[in-house]
Write a protein that binds this ligand. Structure first.
Ligand code: ZN
Ligand code: ZN
Length: 382
């Protein structure tokens, strides 16, 4: 996403509130929309997911007084026709001195990375706290774990403060010195069309500091890639493809900024016997023809509660679904779905001579019954 996209985004419109909306109105509208488009209730719906992200992004900015003020200011400048510029690489953007600090607004969108790229070497000129990025990962769990709930260890590779230099970017025992050109602010003033703008200082690349002896470990970036392990609690009843948000488990913030969130997409491994249909668990149970015809008590397994006995009514046809209440998956409200048992009448693949004789006798005794009567009726009407 470019800076321009961001400024052109109308977060007020996204949340369906006026630009003068109170914090309460914003919160109320966000709650309503977040509920409506939550991925948990819109599994597989990409549009809802996109809306959910948009709504979350808008709320992230508008719910913070400081971010909202900066956003309003940026939009006001944008609307006035002013175009900030002058970043190395040609990318437009406000700089930290006079304009709002976009990086702060973008802790969750990867914009910080974009700035890092623009400034080369990962240098970050911003001086205020920066929220860490949101991270995405996925995990595969077993079918029973999906029903019981499980805690999984996720290995993540992310940025962390360089331990060798403590994040300063300067070789251990040395310190960065303040940039003389910008006096440590990281930006220099520029006048354009009556608007006072500032642009990143070219001497220190917007960092405000010059590093004479770069840290050999992070090459003066102050941050290094590091593996870490996160324990993620997957709730009971999770469905295949569901996305879980772990607040504060994303990338760590900078200079006291809050950590981002971690989004985990959960895949559920298929089970050889049980399946899933919404909050219900499905199971196909083969029965013999006599059981189906005469009725029977049949023991069937449940995924979490041992065996249950179901009463097969006389005259059960193949494909009939019998419901065992409350033996399915855990719902969001804590109650349980059902176990849906599909009956499948099994046909013997080999017959003893006794069985064959019995079946022939049976066939002879039912010869006046036509199982294809409905087809005969169709033919005669044709
Ligand atoms: Zn400078
Ligand atoms: Zn370092």
């Amino acid at each position: 996403m470019s800076t321009k996209d961001w400024i052109e985004k109308d977060y007020y419109k996204v949340l369906g509130v006026s630009a003068s909306a109170s914090a309460d109105e914003i919160k109320k509208s966000y709650r309503k929309l977040a509920k409506q488009f939550h991925p948990d209730t819109n599994v597989g719906d990409d549009k809802a997911e996109a809306r959910f992200k948009e709504v979350s992004e808008a709320y992230d900015v508008l719910s913070s007084n400081e971010k909202r003020r900066e956003y309003d200011e940026a939009r006001r400048l944008f609307a006035s026709g002013a175009r900030p510029g002058g970043f190395p690489g040609g990318q437009g953007g406000f700089s930290g001195g006079a304009g709002p600090d976009m990086g702060d607004l973008f802790g969750d969108g990867g914009f910080g990375d974009l700035l890092g790229g623009i400034f080369g070497g990962g240098g970050r000129r911003r001086s205020g706290p920066v929220r860490g990025n949101d991270l995405e990962t996925h995990t595969t769990i077993g079918f029973h774990d999906s029903l019981r709930g499980v805690t999984v260890s996720l290995r993540l590779i992310g940025e962390a403060v360089c331990g060798a230099c403590g994040g300063s970017g300067a070789k251990a025992g040395t310190s960065p010195r303040q940039c003389g050109t910008c006096g440590g602010t990281g930006s220099t003033a520029r006048n354009a069309g009556g608007f006072g703008f500032s642009e990143p200082c070219r001497d220190c690349r917007g960092r405000g500091a010059i590093i004479d002896n770069p840290c050999g470990v992070c090459r003066s970036a102050g941050r290094v890639e590091q593996a870490r392990t996160v324990q993620a609690k997957v709730p009971a009843g999770v469905k295949d493809g569901m996305r879980i948000r772990l607040a504060g488990k994303g990338a760590s913030g900078e200079r006291g900024g809050a950590a981002g969130d971690l989004y985990v997409t959960v895949q559920v491994a298929p089970h050889p016997v049980f399946g899933r249909s919404g909050d219900h668990v499905t199971l196909t149970v083969p029965v013999t023809f006599p059981e189906a015809a005469l009725g029977a008590k049949v023991d069937v397994p449940t995924p979490l509660d041992g065996d249950v006995t179901i009463a097969l009514p006389a005259g059960t046809t193949t494909g009939r679904v019998l419901r065992v209440k409350g033996k399915g998956a855990t719902k969001r409200d804590g109650s349980r779905g059902d176990l849906l048992v599909t009956v499948e009448v099994a046909v013997p693949q080999s017959l003893s001579s006794n069985a064959r004789t019995a079946l022939e006798t049976y066939a002879a005794s039912t010869s006046d019954e036509d199982p294809r009567a409905s087809l005969a009726a169709y033919r005669s009407a044709r």
